[in-house]
Design a protein around this ligand. Structure first.
Ligand code: SF4
Ligand code: SF4
Length: 514
């Protein structure tokens, strides 16, 4: 049996997972319309390839990856594009984003699909196929999978399938493993092939015995030398750094990536999507979403990307005293500004909230320096100090105290006896730092452009002056009846005049700088 390790801190909130695992995954019916954002992954938005009025097929590319970190977007079903415009989306900023609205024709008419023998292609070609299939991390971050597979010269010793699913309420990965374990194992072998990993470990929290059994059986049936590891249930055991620590004993140093220590992690649903993309040629058009909380029947659904969340939650019959919705779990999830936003690739769970389920927190009190937050922080930070620095807008100090190592797990807020919304302060500090960095970058590039402009003016003046000098030289030569180069004394004179002209040009530039 594999030796397991501990990470610092962690908490045990009520899991609330059984409600949504009583029934199997149900396919969500075709909605009345699909709203597909062009930016639903980390990095640059995809570039629209379709226009209003155009007919599309299921799986047709409608958004082209635009930039190194970007991913493709596809039509989730066949139908007609009704609009390409700004629509509200599930994003912390609450700002609208460019979306394609697709009216389904009900035919579910596919593009021709190309099945791939992944052994016949190079890792680079497979990465490109995944990029064009729109495969991104489905654990919540939606980072393009092809980028995580580009490991350069780094050697990957261990490939980890992250199936911990540690956050309360969320059960989409659990149900996927129970029902589609064989496909996940095939996908793991494809990813292992692409990064040439030595070993493959599947980390599953021990509160999912059915998923553990299903995955173990699938590994045995496949004959692959993978190891399914049951790990202790503790939040946030599904954080990449925490899972790596538990399974391998290795620490990912601050500011480094798992690949720097020879490890790469993929979410189990991402692995399944990679399998569908390569073995069936299917782009990422749907995902499993847990609908739970204040509903009559919590359940997991296979949902087309772009399905309006109001239509999805209606399938589980939302109870009348619901007052809001959370996308994701109660610890790290995003309160939705409205239920009229679409499911995106990052949507793993929708929780209907009520006052009874999530009573409003009491007013925050002053920090009493009890250090409970320090005890539970999995990143071994000083959350109370980070809170002070963020509150005082001392962002330099916050960065010096490793603010960016905070994974925003919310464990510190959960235990704080003063009910301080600590994570909100960290998010605020991070976004301020990002905004300032962006401002500085904009100012730097404006300054560089200005300096280049001045340099060009100076160069043009010099060229003009040299042309003038050459003309004078030619005129002198014509006068004296010589056609060759200037006599030594004349040459010196011309050089002196040229230098004078250059000086004049330089002083003009200096003036214009002032
Ligand atoms: S848990 Fe709350 S009260 Fe205690 S030290 Fe941390 S921030 Fe302060
Ligand atoms: S939210 Fe950040 S500071 Fe708080 S416990 Fe999690 S990692 Fe630590």
């Amino acid at each position: 049996m594999r030796a397991l390790y501990h990470f610092h801190g962690g908490i045990h909130p009520p899991s609330n997972k059984t409600q949504s695992t009583l029934l199997g995954i149900a396919p969500a019916p075709l909605p009345s319309r699909l709203i597909v954002p062009f930016h639903q992954h980390a990095g640059e938005a995809a570039k629209p390839l379709v226009h209003a009025g155009e007919k599309v097929l299921k799986g047709q590319l409608i958004g082209l990856p635009d930039g190194f970190i970007s991913s493709a977007v596809h039509a989730p079903t066949s139908g007609t594009i009704a609009a390409i415009d700004m629509q509200p989306v599930a994003h912390p900023s609450g700002l609208p984003n460019l979306c394609a609205t697709l009216i389904p024709d009900g035919k579910e008419e596919w593009i021709p699909l190309k099945v791939i023998d992944y052994h016949s292609l190079s890792p680079a070609e497979l990465q490109q196929l995944l990029r064009m299939a729109g495969v991104v991390g489905l654990g919540g971050a939606a980072f393009p999978t092809d980028i995580k597979l580009r490991i350069g010269k780094q050697k990957i010793n261990t490939l980890i399938l992250n199936a911990a699913e540690c956050e309360p309420y969320i059960t989409c990965d659990d149900m996927l493993m129970r029902e589609r374990a064989a496909e996940i194992v095939q996908g793991a072998e494809m990813l292992r092939f692409m990064v040439d990993a030595g070993e493959v470990l599947v980390g599953i929290e021990d509160n999912k015995p059915e998923a553990i059994t299903a995955m173990q059986q699938a590994v045995t049936d496949s004959g692959m030398p993978f190891e399914v590891v049951s790990i202790p249930t503790i939040y946030p055991g599904g954080g990449a750094k925490q899972l790596i620590r538990v399974l391998t004993g290795l620490e990912v140093p601050s500011g480094k990536l798992p690949t720097d220590i020879g490890v790469q992690c993929f979410n189990v649903a991402t692995t399944y999507s990679a399998y569908r993309a390569l073995a069936h040629g299917e782009p990422l058009l749907s995902r499993i979403v847990t609908v739970t909380g204040n509903v009559r029947q919590a359940r997991n659904y296979e949902v087309l990307i772009g399905t309006p969340i109001n239509e999805l939650v209606a399938l589980s019959e939302v109870l009348p005293d619901s007052n809001s919705y959370i996308m994701g779990g109660p610890m790290m999830g995003l309160p939705l500004p409205t239920v009229h936003v679409p499911v995106i690739k990052a949507t793993n769970c929708i929780i209907a909230a009520s006052e009874k389920l999530f009573p409003p927190p009491p007013p925050a009190l002053p920090c009493i320096r009890c250090t409970r937050c320090v005890e539970v922080c999995p990143a071994e930070l000083q959350p109370q100090d980070l809170y002070w620095f963020a509150k005082a807008r001392d962002f330099g100090k916050a960065q010096a105290f490793s603010l960016f190592d905070c994974i925003e797990c919310g464990a510190c807020s959960y235990v704080c006896p003063s009910h301080i919304p600590l994570v909100q302060y960290y998010r605020f500090a991070k976004s301020e730092i990002h905004a300032r960095e962006k401002e500085k970058q904009t100012a730097d590039s404006a300054r560089e452009r200005h300096e280049f402009h001045l340099h060009r003016i100076e160069r043009e003046k010099q060229e003009k002056a040299e042309k003038l000098a050459a003309k004078e030289r030619a005129a002198q030569a014509a006068k004296s009846g010589t056609t060759g180069s200037a006599a030594p004394n004349e040459a010196t004179d011309i050089e002196v005049r040229r230098a004078h002209i250059r000086e004049l040009a330089q002083s003009h530039v200096e003036h214009s700088k002032e």
